[in-house]
Design a protein around this ligand. Sequence first.
Ligand SMILES: NC(=O)c1ccc[n+]([C@@H]2O[C@H](COP(=O)([O-])OP(=O)(O)OC[C@H]3O[C@@H](n4cnc5c(N)ncnc54)[C@H](OP(=O)(O)O)[C@@H]3O)[C@@H](O)[C@H]2O)c1
Length: 227
Amino acid sequence: MAGAVRTHRKCTMAKIGILGVGNVGKQIARLAAAHGHHVLLGNSRGPQDIPYDIVRELSENGTRSTAQEVVAESDLLVVAIPLVNYSQIPQPPAGTIVVDAGNYYPDRDGVLPELEEGRTSMSELLQAHLPKARVVKAFNHVPAAALTENVQPRGSENRQALIVAGDDPEARVTVGALIDEFGFDVLDIGELAEGWRVERGTPSYMPRFNKEELAQKVGEAERHHTR
Ligand SMILES: NC(=O)c1ccc[n+]([C@@H]2O[C@H](COP(=O)([O-])OP(=O)(O)OC[C@H]3O[C@@H](n4cnc5c(N)ncnc54)[C@H](OP(=O)(O)O)[C@@H]3O)[C@@H](O)[C@H]2O)c1
């Protein structure tokens, strides 16, 4: 992994589950393994269809599992699947931190009026589906490749920043520590209901921004932007 770094603060998570082993899931799996976490990988078709390149790359730091096992056994779960399949995600143990890296694409996910009309946001939908989990929105507003290409040690000048949003402050801190450990500054934007500010079509969606710039772009977001 080009440019992988370790930073000083260490997230204490032992097993990080990755649900969805595609562009984003693979990248977060790489970061987690590079920082000493054990990674559980799960998809919809079963362990035999998890891409072998990432299994080989993670070696003993990764385990192929069923989606049910990943959800049940992870200390922290990352959801990196299309929104259209969120209803298929099994319920994790109460209190599990679930990181939502997803985005809404109507061509892929179907048109959802509650999102189109700004009545809710992507990660609030996931929280509604997983009511006993602690959902934190993160990683969604950058291209998958940036997650390993743009990592920098803490204190680096102009370090890229990623947001966290979630209704549980402790969960936001935990995910923020993980993001910092991976190699990014963290911008806490508050509760899940603020997550629309970094969804598709907003100023912060996809470009590389440092923390100060990201805060400005988050503040410039306007609702009803998606279509
Ligand atoms: N690509 C990016 O640059 C990027 C950046 C930020 C956010 N995102 C968002 O992140 C999410 C994933 O994007 P991606 O590009 O990584 O997608 P992707 O490459 O198409 O991979 C999707 C993965 O999700 C799995 N999956 C689908 N339904 C599932 C289910 N019900 N249970 C478990 N696994 C399931 C698929 O496994 P099977 O093949 O077995 O179904 C596949 O491994 C999307 O919401 C996307 O909008 C993408």
